[in-house]
Structures are given as structure tokens and as C-alpha cells.
Design a protein around this ligand. Structure first.
Ligand SMILES: Nc1nc2c(c(=O)[nH]1)N[C@H]1C(S)=C(S)[C@@H](COP(=O)(O)OP(=O)(O)OC[C@H]3O[C@@H](n4cnc5c(N)ncnc54)[C@H](O)[C@@H]3O)O[C@H]1N2
Ligand code: MOO
Length: 401
């Protein structure tokens, strides 16, 4: 297939992307940001006992009938129960226990009186306020009951869910294993950041850009490497990567130049070529193939193309691999505040900044080979020939990054 629309391309990408089925067990804090692989059922009630919500005295509400500041009730304080302690006796009429917030309420009590409504007595206490039964009283299991499914399989775990798991007493969490992705760049002109730049060379920015975004998506990077511009070397790197990866991303060498080796690589590998070229800018010469069941998406070398494609094309694949629905694309309609200088001949993605209501295009160079003018941008405007969204005041279709 050639010259696909973006929507058709995404359909193809997803058709060859299989959800990861394997689960693994990780420690509670390492589960942050991961997808739960099983329903999580409470193994006990929480709180595990009736507990005091105030510092004061636990007693029987019936004993306090009619209590007022001028008509105090006096109870015998039979002991003190601090948080973490447990008194297994039963409180009788006329008795109270001194109790602290979070401590287990002993049998026989049906309310807790705040200490501010007492004389703070130690052997006996004078109480100045009547109470209803079960007033200022927290019941066992009111947070959750034993046997309740608190978190469902497929839930993305964030700080709240980590807290809930902790309150369940869970230390090891079953999660879907991460999507494994290899990033292989090509190009004899590119060098590693940190190396001394030689004449005719530039630094490889695609590798780091893609790796960073894939990490945002929760992927595990199996290999991040620059491969020499040689079809045999690249084919070998793809073979190796396919053994340990769910997805292979390459950049560069997909166009029509003499050194555009990725077409030859697909032939050497005997991979199934699914499509080449999309009706979009940037990223027009994108090539998609499948090698022994592993999808390989080969992006153009232009850094802005990599930046657009990672959210537009790769993100839905990672969403499917990991079943992480928080990765679904978020689109908004915003009012464009300025004109896009270039003509829009087809589908085009333009770097921009949105505040959620309006969207503004940087008045700097917009070239697919240039990344620096994307600094501070938080969205892409999706422009299409014959549609609104490229002139000031028009409604623009915005894809949030
Ligand atoms: N005669 C034609 N020339 C070109 C066409 C065409 O249709 N006919 N298409 C143009 C378009 S559109 C694109 S996009 C590029 C795509 O070229 P490739 O995907 O083969 O990519 P390269 O040539 O390898 O690189 C393009 C550009 O990006 C730089 N680059 C490459 N890798 C990196 C990297 N890892 N980090 C930073 N920059 C990188 C590379 O030096 C080139 O400047 O082809 C057009 N030409
Ligand atoms: O597809 Mo290219 O990235 O338009 O310049």
C-alpha cells in the first residue's frame, strides 16, 4: 500500500500490534504507572477494627443522656487505649476508656466524646455533652470490606491506587509487563551527543527524542543504537532487536536517495511490507513492515517528523501493546490566534502552544528538519486542505502532546 491517509495508516499499525499478555510481579512502588494484570480483592476489612475518630473518651451514649456543661455526667475511666494498642475487655455502664484517634474502640462502647467536651479527667471524667449512639465512631470495614474488588485488572496505577494497595497490605503487585521497544537510527552523518563533532556530521537527536517519549509512554527500551548506513548491518540489528522487542522503530533512510537503505533492509529480512508513504507532512515517507510478527515502523530522518510520528503513530501502538488507555489521543478544538504562513496543500501537523482555549503558532521557522523551534510547544495543529484552522480567528483541531 502507498500514500495512505493517517487514519488508514493507524488502522494498519494497530492491526499488526498485539497486546502484551504476560504479567510480572513488581514491588509496590515500582508498580506506579503500570497496568494492573489482575483484579485486586481485599483480604481483610479496613479498618480492621472499630476505631476512634477523635481524641477523648469512648463510652456508652445511653450513659450521657441529658449531659450539659451545667449538668455533667461522671464516668469511671477504666484504662487508656492509644493508637496501635488493643483492649479486649468490655466497657460497662458508668465506665469510659481514655482513647486516642485511630485506636481500637473496646467492646461495649458506642460513641467517642471529644476531650474538649470533658474535664480531661484521668481516674474519673466529667462529660459536658450528650451523644447519639454511634456518634464519632468509625466502623470496622467502612473503608473497604474483605472480599471486595477494589481495583480492576487494566487499571493504570498512580499515587492513589498505590495508596489503596498499601492500605490493603499488598507489597507485590501483578502488572502487565512493559512494552519492549527498540530504537535504531541510521545515517552516517549522525554522531552521539558528547562525541566531538566532525566535519559534515550532526548530532543524532532522533534517538534521544524517541527514547524519552517512549519512556513517557511507559515503554522499556530494549536497544537504543545508531546503525551504520549499510543494509546488512541494519538487517542484522533488526533481527537481534526482534528477538527481544514488541516493536522496532527506525529513523532515516526511507526516502528515495541512494543511501535510503530501509527498503533494502525489508527485502533482506523477507519482512512483510505493509505500507510506504503517508499523505501527511512531516513524515511523508514513513515505511511500515512486519518482521516475523514484530512490527517495524521506519520514520523519516527529519527530527520534526520523529516528534510528530511518536505521538501520532507510535503512541496508539503503545496504547494497544500495554492496554494503557491513558495514552489515547486527546484532541481539542481551539481558536487559532495567528496565521500559519505556509499554504496547506494536504494533511499537515504544525507545532504550537495551547492554553486549552486558544492555540498559537510560533512565528519561527517551520521546517521538518528543525526541532529547536518546537521548544515550549505542547500540541500539534492538524491542518487539512480546504478546512479551517490555519488562519487567525479560525477553529483549529489540536492534538495535545
Ligand atoms: N528527491 C527527493 N528527495 C527527498 C524526498 C523525495 O520525495 N524526493 N522526500 C523528502 C522528505 S519529505 C523527507 S522526510 C526526507 C526523508 O528522508 P529519509 O527518511 O530517507 O531520511 P534521511 O535522508 O536519512 O534524513 C533526513 C534528514 O534528517 C536528518 N537526520 C537523519 N537522522 C537523524 C537523526 N537521527 N538525528 C538528527 N537528524 C537526522 C538527516 O541528516 C537529513 O537532513 O527526504 C526528503 N528528500
Ligand atoms: O515527510 Mo518529510 O518529513 O515532509 O519532510
Amino acid at each position: 500500500m502507498e500514500n495512505l491517509r493517517v487514519e488508514e495508516a493507524i488502522e494498519q499499525l494497530l492491526m499488526y500490534t498485539k497486546a502484551v499478555q504476560e504479567a510480572e510481579t513488581v514491588s509496590l512502588l515500582s508498580a506506579n504507572g503500570r497496568i494492573l494484570a489482575e483484579d485486586m480483592k481485599a483480604e481483610r476489612d479496613n479498618p480492621p477494627f472499630d476505631r476512634a475518630p477523635v481524641d477523648g473518651y469512648a463510652c456508652k451514649a445511653e450513659d450521657l443522656a441529658g449531659a450539659l456543661p451545667e449538668k455533667q455526667v461522671t464516668l469511671k475511666v477504666i484504662r487508656e487505649v492509644d493508637a496501635g494498642e488493643y483492649f479486649d475487655g468490655t466497657v460497662q455502664h458508668g465506665e469510659a476508656v481514655r482513647i486516642m484517634t485511630g485506636a481500637a474502640i473496646p467492646a461495649g462502647c458506642n460513641c467517642c466524646v471529644r476531650q474538649e467536651n470533658t474535664d480531661y479527667g484521668e481516674d474519673t471524667v466529667q462529660i459536658y455533652k450528650s451523644m447519639e449512639q454511634w456518634e464519632d465512631y468509625c466502623f470496622q470495614g467502612e473503608d473497604f470490606k474483605k472480599g471486595t474488588v477494589l481495583l480492576k485488572k487494566g487499571t493504570k496505577l498512580s499515587f492513589i491506587e498505590i495508596g489503596i494497595l498499601a492500605s490493603m497490605g499488598v507489597a507485590e503487585v501483578p502488572v502487565i509487563r512493559r512494552a519492549r521497544v527498540a530504537v535504531l537510527t541510521t545515517g552516517d552523518e549522525v554522531m552521539k551527543p558528547g562525541e566531538e563533532l566532525k566535519l559534515g556530521k550532526i548530532y543524532d537527536c532522533n534517538q534521544s527524542l524517541l527514547a524519552a517519549r517512549l519512556m513517557d509512554f511507559g515503554a522499556e527500551l530494549t536497544r537504543i543504537d545508531k546503525i551504520p548506513d549499510n543494509p546488512q548491518d541494519m538487517a542484522e540489528a533488526v533481527r537481534e532487536a526482534a528477538e527481544v522487542s514488541d516493536l522496532i522503530i527506525t529513523t532515516g533512510a526511507v526516502s528515495v536517495g541512494k543511501k535510503d537503505i530501509m527498503h533494502e533492509v525489508v527485502r533482506i529480512l523477507g519482512a512483510q511490507r505493509i505500507f510506504w508513504r503517508l499523505e501527511m507532512k512531516p513524515g511523508m515517507p514513513t515505511l511500515f513492515s512486519v518482521y516475523e510478527g514484530t512490527p517495524m515502523l521506519s520514520l523519516s530522518g527529519n527530527p520534526f517528523g520523529a516528534a510528530v510520528s511518536v505521538d501520532l503513530l507510535i503512541r496508539p501502538m503503545i496504547q494497544k501493546l500495554t492496554q494503557d488507555d491513558t495514552l489515547r489521543p486527546v484532541r481539542k478544538k481551539c481558536t487559532l490566534t495567528n496565521d500559519f504562513g505556509k499554504s496547506v496543500g494536504g494533511r499537515r501537523y504544525v507545532r504550537a502552544v495551547t492554553d486549552g482555549e486558544t492555540v498559537t503558532i510560533p512565528t519561527k521557522i517551520h521546517s521538518n528538519g528543525i526541532l529547536s523551534t518546537m521548544a515550549g510547544c505542547n500540541c500539534l495543529i492538524e491542518m487539512q486542505k480546504g478546512k479551517t484552522g490555519s488562519h487567525a480567528g479560525e477553529e483549529a483541531e489540536v492534538l495535545l502532546l
